[in-house]
Write a protein that binds this ligand. Sequence first.
Ligand code: TRP
Length: 351
Amino acid sequence: MKKIILTGDRPTGRLHVGHYVGSLKGRVALQNSGDFDEVYIMIADAQALTDNAEHPEKVRTNVKQVALDYLGVGIDPEKSTIFIQSAIPELPELTTYYMNLVTVARVQRNPTVKAEIQQKNFSSRVPVGFFCYPISQAADITAFRATAVPVGEDQMPMLEQCKEIVHKFNATYGETLTDPDIVLSSNKACLRLPGLDGKAKMSKSLGNCIYLSDEPKDVEEKIRSMFTDPDHIRADQPGRVEGNPVFTYLDAFCTDEHFVEFLPEYQNLDELKAHYMRGGLGDVKVKRFLNQIVQEELSPIRKRRAMWEQRLPDVLDILREGSRRAHEKAAETLADVRRAMRIDYFEQGSL
Ligand code: TRP
């Protein structure tokens, strides 16, 4: 069986370092590992429209931003197929058939959908398209016969729902669809990077993000004003590292080599944490260290991104060519699905 990756993001904003450590960095590693036969990275504009019907311009702008973020982090169009969801008409068709295999109650139980309905204050005014997006996401994944789906932890319920659809489809119509596995970061801090303000999640609406495209001075300023341990008022006091986002970011970003490079008086993060907890280590110093690490990580991304920003016609060509290839692949799967469902009337040549 071929090893195939499919993943993607909704273009509702520029991507931030939470996306980066949670999934983008891992995708680039998987892409470069040579272990996969095909890699598909999708800009999920149709999904973004499910709760942005009134703001198509916002989605359009962010298709460009997300494409630049992808190219910036090192998704390589020679190795990965980058495409736009709405360019693949097979996806809504597959969604239509899968909708018959899922109950309303099952979607209502999906924890991510539940949480988003609350967050977005939809109460009883949930758009039908939004409600069905877990099913359309199963279409995204299965259309490409994905075996591996690298995503953030919040997408776990979507993968579970997708697997159920695959099993139900195959049990009903015969073995047709490929069962995908979720791929999560093995670093716990990367699974859900907190916001700069210490809130559970980095999120555009909370204004607590470092974006991949932020300028160095903005990154520095954001890190300088980060939330830490509120009881750690003077450097000589003992501080807490649990629930202290500065240390969570260090857990996510820093390696022993960073100490050699920037802070040689410590060997590793455990020693730094021990000093902080003992007292005598000020927030300013820890934040300065974090800033050096984040700057080093973001600098090549920002440069590559700016380079592509100068070549927008080439970016459009990459998306066009990627969407053409993705369309071909999805068409093959849809043909298999139609055959399995016995709705391939004109292929058979007779009723
Ligand atoms: N739901 C994902 C997000 O919130 C985007 C997405 C759409 C996706 N279809 C997908 C991710 C299929 C992985 C696989 O960003």
